[in-house]
Design a protein. Structure first.
Ligand code: NDP
Ligand code: GDR
Length: 344
């Protein structure tokens, strides 16, 4: 039986990847960190919380001996390292913690693989944030990196240590440079879900106005469920490698705001600029979006757009869901959840 470890099982990608591997007949060990109240709502939303082949394991990825024991006790043949302090904004306030979890966490798993069994395959959740202040458009695997946040810097370490263990010890370690991917399971601190959740609340009369930071940032947004399939494909390939997963389309945060309100039947009119920019509901005349400078970042990634040609050619991977479909799916899920009186 195929056996895999997924670190970060409580996150968006951890949930979708678990679903995918369970559907393929894998035994999945999902790791979570100890907190006073662990929340498995995403696994519950997918209906896999109590799946007989899913075992939840407490694990601290900042601890090397804990990483070694994890591999020894599970006998897993594939490790997907998805756990991270993954919020760019927070990384400016907690740079050292971010380095420890997001950077050194990957090293601990690679060291454990080197010690326990070099044949274990490893996936590192790398990110388009490593391109940061972009050096070419669109970005591909060979585009030079220039991270713009402590998160991006930590991820760059994890990326290069994966490449280094591949080259030094022959470990099948692949790095997926994934561009932003979203879904109804996205955390509410990230901009797309913050927008769709707020749009739903405004539509239902539970909120007056959505507050955002930089509306001009451009992102290449895809559907998370399709991206976890790319992760799996990387570990099935004969050779480990580095792959970009992206849609090759970029839109501004402002475009996503317009799209989300439209999906809820609300037409917007924008006025003002910079910190004074607002959006008004054309029908009611009410201001439903305004800028709050507290959401600006000390250094911003202005433009991301990735070309996934290598993944298409070598892995047969392709994004299918359009941004309009994705946005609608997220707004509908948030309308349903808020309508039922809860929202995670
Ligand atoms: P989430 O933020 O939804 O999930 C992150 C996971 O990491 C959660 O399970 C979280 O656990 C866990 N985690 C955080 N801190 C620790 C810690 N100290 N110890 C153990 N576990 C911890 O992220 P996504 O699912 O969106 O992303 C998955 C991975 O892919 C991340 O590494 C992210 O950086 C990376 N990535 C994501 C992209 C995206 O657009 N989604 C794009 C490119 C890369 P808890 O629930 O306890 O907080
Ligand atoms: P990002 O995602 O930083 O790209 O990292 P996020 O959704 O947080 O920000 C995207 C862009 O939107 C701008 N923005 C705001 N962002 C947030 N969160 N809240 C706001 O109110 C707001 N207003 C404007 C941001 O400044 C930014 O430009 C995500 C994470 O999933 C990372 O883990 C992952 O590596 C990258 O995507 C690829």
């Amino acid at each position: 039986m195929n056996t895999a470890i997924i670190t970060g099982i409580t996150g968006q990608d951890g949930a979708y990847l678990s679903e995918l591997l369970l559907d393929k007949g894998y035994k999945v060990f999902g790791t979570y960190r100890r907190t006073s109240s662990v929340n498995f709502w995403r696994l519950a939303e997918l209906g896999i919380e109590n799946h007989p082949k899913l075992e939840l394991v407490e694990y601290d990825l900042t601890d090397l001996s804990s990483s070694i024991r994890l591999l020894q006790q599970t006998g897993a043949k594939e490790v997907y390292n998805l756990a991270a302090q993954s919020f760019v904004g927070v990384s400016f306030d907690q740079p050292a913690t971010t380095a420890e979890i997001t950077g050194i966490g990957a090293l601990n798993l690679l060291e454990a693989i080197r010690i326990v069994d070099k044949d274990i395959r490893f996936y590192q959740a790398s990110t388009s944030e490593m391109f940061g202040k972009v050096q070419a458009v669109p970005q591909i695997e060979s585009t030079p990196f220039y991270p713009r946040s402590p998160y991006g810097v930590a991820k760059l370490y994890a990326h290069w240590i994966t490449v280094n263990y591949r080259e030094s010890y022959g470990i099948h370690g692949s790095s997926g440079i994934l561009f932003n991917h979203e879904s109804p399971l996205r955390g509410r601190e990230f901009v797309t879900r913050k927008i769709t959740d707020s749009v739903a609340k405004i539509k239902l009369g539970l909120l007056d106005c959505l507050e955002l930071g930089n509306l001009d940032a451009r992102r290449d947004w895809g559907f998370a469920k399709e991206y976890v399939d790319g992760m799996w494909r990387m570990l099935q390939a004969d050779e480990p490698d580095t792959f970009v997963l992206a849609t090759n389309r970029t839109e501004t945060v402002r475009d996503f705001v317009t799209m989300a309100f439209k999906a809820a039947g609300i037409e917007l009119s924008f006025a003002g600029k910079d910190e004074g920019e607002t959006a008004v509901d054309v029908e009611t005349g009410k201001t439903v979006m305004r800028i709050n400078p507290k959401f600006y970042r000390p250094a911003e990634v202005e433009l991301l757009i990735g070309n996934p040609a290598k993944a298409r050619e070598k892995l047969g991977w392709e994004p299918k869901t359009t941004l309009e479909e994705l946005c609608r799916m997220m707004v509908e899920a948030d309308l349903r959840r808020n309508g039922l009186g809860f929202s995670f």
